[in-house]
Design a protein around this ligand. Structure first.
Ligand SMILES: *Cc1c(COP(=O)(O)O)cnc(C)c1O
Length: 422
């Protein structure tokens, strides 16, 4: 498939022909002490700051300064409804209906709130299935849910492991797990895109399998949102959660998104933790005794939200909207394909891409395993002006992000890696 070519000229040309290349200028790119732009490959960890973000936040600071509490209704973007400004674009990015999506809380907190509703263990069916190298926070969260319900967190956890000598989880193994343990599993909770390998799971297939065996199915899409087309509604998942500070460029610790499939939108039988923000908007401020639950994902909110953080999300989503998520995904495939091509062309048997080779099974991240490497390699890359992410024992995770990374970034990265490895 490769129309890719080696050499600097090709990279330059690709950037020139890239209709999205101007978006890079809309971001602050970190620089070294001499003012040279670094090669930033860690948008999977913390996305870069859009230049408009400051204005969006300042608008809210101004409204707060000038209006005080009146900002809730009189502000340019009234705070009372602020989360609604985010819903449509966010829903579009994750492939959901607006009523299925809400921005609230932080990620691990949302995971717990979703499990309050969707993890309903019984003595016969109480186990939770996760992928073996799940993000630690997710693993800790599901273990604590098991303990919270009085179950042993080792016995209660079923791991979907890669086979010996392999890195990627295999669907045949998943089917085997379901065939053997399906009736013991209450909840399937998988990371939509695995943070370590970059494997983008087939959400629809996993949800269908889980449902066939009577399990609830949820996904943590922290590494998927803004990176790959998740199509959450079509996946049929019961719930999903994600953060907004990785590919969604909304700033450190920014709020999380949550998805609840519309078939649960009006259910009153589902247990949930509630607060005044899960109450009917029309009567919320009448401070009634009786709780009147909001339909849809909004009904899982608890608190009035932090507007400054939401302003940063609104800024970022406006950039996504202008660029178009479909176009970004298209560029992402080309850019990561180019990255893969250059790495392969190094012909270096010490490095191995552990991310799936099939573009449908990955986003922009490539995880590169380096034989006999230690953190020293990462330090050398840093010295060479590259920001990447090192994962013990021997993996560099690199994510060329289509919004702000260029073909020249990818070219520069591989050139410097080559020099360091030699
Ligand atoms: C980044 C990430 C987290 C981090 O959780 P926070 O609650 O935002 O600190 C959790 N799970 C996954 C899968 C992640 O990628």
């Amino acid at each position: 498939m490769s129309n890719y070519k080696l050499g600097l000229e090709f990279a330059k040309q690709q950037d020139q022909n890239d209709e999205l290349s101007s978006y890079r200028k809309q971001f602050h790119i970190p620089k070294d002490n001499n003012g040279n732009e670094l090669i930033y490959m860690t948008g999977n960890s913390l996305g870069l700051q859009p230049k408009i973000t400051k204005d969006y936040i300042n608008q809210e600071l101004d409204d707060w300064a000038n209006l005080g509490v009146e900002g809730h209704t009189e502000g340019k973007h009234p705070w009372l409804h602020y989360h609604e400004f985010l819903t449509e674009t966010m829903a579009n990015i994750v492939g959901a209906k607006p009523m299925e999506v809400v921005v609230m809380n932080s990620l691990t907190a949302n995971l717990h709130f979703m499990m309050v509703s969707f993890y309903k263990p019984t003595p016969k069916r109480y186990k939770i299935l996760i992928e073996a190298d799940a993000f630690p926070s997710d693993k800790y969260a599901v273990e604590s849910q098991l303990r919270h319900h009085g179950y042993d967190d080792k016995e209660g956890l079923i791991l979907w492991k890669a086979r010996k000598g392999e890195e990627l989880a295999n669907y045949d193994d998943l089917e085997t797990i379901f065939n053997q343990h399906g009736d013991e599993i209450a909840l399937v909770m998988i990371g939509g895109v695995n943070y370590y390998t970059g494997q983008f799971f087939d959400l629809k297939r996993i949800a269908a399998l889980g449902h066939k065996h009577g399990c609830m199915v949820g996904f943590d899409c922290a590494h998927g949102a803004g990176n790959v087309p998740l199509n959450l509604h079509d996946s049929g998942a019961d719930f999903a959660v994600w953060c907004s500070y990785k590919y969604l460029n909304s700033g450190p610790g920014s709020l999380s998104g949550a998805f609840v499939h519309e078939r649960h939108a009006h259910r009153k039988d589902l247990n949930r933790f509630t607060g005044w923000w899960s109450h009917n908007k029309q009567t919320r401020f009448k401070m009634r005794d009786e709780f009147d639950q909001l339909p849809g994902a909004e009904g899982w909110q608890l608190s009035n939200p932090p507007i400054l953080s939401m302003a940063a999300i609104r800024a970022s989503l406006d950039v996504f909207k202008a660029a178009g998520f479909d176009k970004l995904c298209e560029k992402s495939r080309k850019l990561t394909g180019y990255f893969e091509f250059l790495l392969d062309e190094l012909n270096n048997s010490d490095i191995k891409i552990i991310t799936p080779r099939n573009p449908d099974e990955r986003g922009c991240q490539l995880s590169i395993q380096v034989k006999n490497a230690d953190k020293g390699l990462h330090n050398k890359l840093t010295k060479a002006g590259i920001i990447t992410d090192w994962r013990e024992p021997d993996v560099i995770r690199c994510a060329p992000v289509p919004l702000y990374n260029s073909y020249m970034d990818v070219y520069g990265f591989v050139e410097r890696l080559k020099t360091i490895l030699n």
